[in-house]
Design a protein around this ligand. Structure first.
Ligand code: AMP
Ligand code: ZN
Length: 317
């Protein structure tokens, strides 16, 4: 019988946790982020915003040749649209809903009495038919039902994303932003968009002085069925991630961007047809803006004025 020493895994986990705690402490101590009392939620200071703005502007410059149509959405989406994305089937643990008070005076008195007793009062709120948007391209597809023009359409979508994954890893936030470049068209044009953007995104992130790998990846599908979905996503090369070793070469690298092929998932859910009469296919590439920003602070320090000249030039800082 072989006895396996149970040392390596726990040690690695502990070292990674320590590295995460270190980075978090440094960002808070040096006044980059502000702790607002809940894991994965932070206030952001001037120095954070300066770098974040520069990252976003550079991301936009890198995709300017797409001449994408600009669209912005609120951080919440109607339940009916959320429903059609099937997100709740795949990621129930990450989803979050908005609720509101819809009661009368009696209900209000009961809420206040519970609050007075120091009890939780959220159970007095009711579902408001609104979900927090988990992926910023989701609200787009509902606008495209019907026929697309020849060549499809390409969009620039920046927005809030909420995922219920509280963590003390400063790279894993609950509320963050993605800048996405989304194409909806034929199977061929969607794939060409996804594949064609990888080089410019990689070059852009590398110009920031970050070490980048592009690797096949899967989304964190929930449960046992989810494991099958995740495996098939990798086997079919539907998702690539731009990863960087924020916590050094001994720990897994973190995704700061992604390039995704949805095939006809959204086309069929939202009844979108490409000009050739087929169900539309879609693809999106995403810059995770906070993750790129924090990866920069981790790689170059918390004072951007002391970053290498080439990095500052690439960011126009
Ligand atoms: P995804 O749709 O999961 O590929 O997410 C797109 C990008 O958003 C990822 O590559 C990350 O850069 C960023 N992202 C995803 N989840 C988080 C999170 N919990 N905190 C911060 N950024 C995230
Ligand atoms: Zn997307």
């Amino acid at each position: 019988m072989t006895v396996t020493e149970p040392t390596t895994v726990p040690d690695t986990v502990t070292a990674l946790d320590a590295a995460r705690a270190d980075l978090r402490a440094r960002l808070l101590r040096d006044g980059v982020l502000v702790d607002i009392g809940s894991p994965g939620l932070y206030g952001r200071t001037g120095v954070f915003e300066r770098v974040y703005g520069a990252v976003d502007a550079a991301a936009v410059r890198s995709q300017a040749d797409l001449d994408a149509e600009v669209l912005r959405f609120p951080p919440v989406e109607p339940l009916a649209a959320f429903e059609r994305t099937d997100y709740i089937a795949s990621f129930p643990d990450l989803a979050a809903a908005v609720s509101g008070f819809a009661g009368d005076n009696r209900d209000h008195r009961a809420l206040l009495a519970a609050r007075e007793r120091g009890e939780r009062w959220e159970s007095f709120l009711e579902p408001a038919d609104l979900m927090l948007t988990p992926a910023v391209c989701h609200p787009l597809y509902g606008l495209l039902s019907g026929d697309l023009p020849v060549g499809g359409r390409t969009f620039d979508v920046l927005g809030d994303s909420f995922r219920r994954e509280p963590s003390l890893d400063p790279m894993r936030l609950q509320a963050f932003h993605m800048h996405e470049f989304v194409h909806v068209g034929t199977a061929a044009s969607a794939r060409a968009h996804r594949d064609g953007r990888i080089a410019s995104i990689r070059d852009t992130l590398e110009s920031f002085g970050l070490e980048i790998d592009v690797v096949p990846a899967n989304d964190p599908f929930f449960g046992r069925v989810g494991q099958v979905l995740a495996r098939s996503q990798v086997e079919q090369s539907l998702k690539y991630e731009f990863v960087t070793p924020v916590y050094g070469p001994d720990h897994p690298a973190t995704a700061i961007g992604s390039a995704n092929l949805h095939e006809d998932h959204f086309g069929s859910a939202f009844a979108i047809r490409s000009a050739d009469g087929e169900v539309a296919h879609s693809a999106c590439v995403a810059f995770g803006l906070e993750r790129v920003t924090i990866a920069l602070f981790a790689a170059h320090g918390t004072d951007p004025d002391r970053w290498p000249a080439g990095v500052r030039a690439a960011l126009a800082l």
